[in-house]
Design a protein around this ligand. Structure first.
Ligand code: TDO
Length: 183
């Protein structure tokens, strides 16, 4: 298993630069005649956080979750199957990458998303994600905005995706930013 934080910094065109504090780890697949095995999570990979809740999210093709923004908690997500495009936008004023928007495809990989980085994911091909949270889920820590707001600047490569009623009714990026700044 390699920690891709440094890799992200030097990867150039292969994978766009991600917001500061976002960590992408490739799953190291140990293949044999039965299939494969990969370590999903070790606490010592991220000594500064601990994950207190785990979710599984099964997603239909052309569904999209987000864009959400957490004030408090980090998400540590792993793509188990299918194909996903993750969109990220750094809103943290003190971050060296504040304002950066990026979309990443993460086959066989995990991603740690810190608070203050707005994010969502488009399921391009039906699949499953598991994710850990650093705090118990609380709707008050789950701000939202429209995934296709041009001000957000994220290309999810999606057309008319399936959304939750909450995400479909979410407000503008500007309104979410104002909520974040006024927290
Ligand atoms: C996230 C979550 C939802 N729920 C419930 C609330 C609701 O009835 C149902 C579906 O919830 P949501 O529509 O909020 O789920 P979803 O839109 O998939 O929410 C997720 O989106 C991605 C982008 C993230 O960033 C995650 O942190 C989380 O916010 O599941 C829980 O009981 N526990 C949880 O931890």
């Amino acid at each position: 298993m390699r920690n891709d934080l440094e890799v992200l910094e030097t990867q150039g065109p292969e994978r766009p630069r991600a917001p500061e504090g976002v960590v992408v780890r490739e799953l190291e697949l140990h293949r044999d005649a039965r299939g494969d095995l990969a370590e999903l999570y070790r606490q010592d990979w991220f000594p500064d956080i601990s994950l207190v809740q785990w979710n599984v999210s099964r997603c239909l093709s052309n569904s999209l979750r987000g864009v959400h923004l957490h004030l408090l908690h980090s998400d540590f997500l792993t793509v188990l199957s299918g194909q996903f495009v993750f969109g990220l936008r750094d809103l943290r004023p003190s971050s060296p990458t504040c304002g950066l928007s990026v979309s990443l495809e993460l086959p066989n990989a995990s991603i740690l998303i810190p608070p203050g980085v707005a994010h969502g994911f488009h399921c391009v091909a039906e699949g499953t994600l598991v994710y850990g949270l650093t705090h118990p889920w609380d709707i008050a820590d789950d701000l939202a905005c429209r995934w296709d707001d041009p001000e957000l600047g994220i290309d999810f490569t999606a057309t008319d995706p399936i959304l939750s009623p909450r995400d479909a009714a979410a407000g503008s990026f500007e309104a979410m930013l104002a909520q974040y700044q006024g927290r």
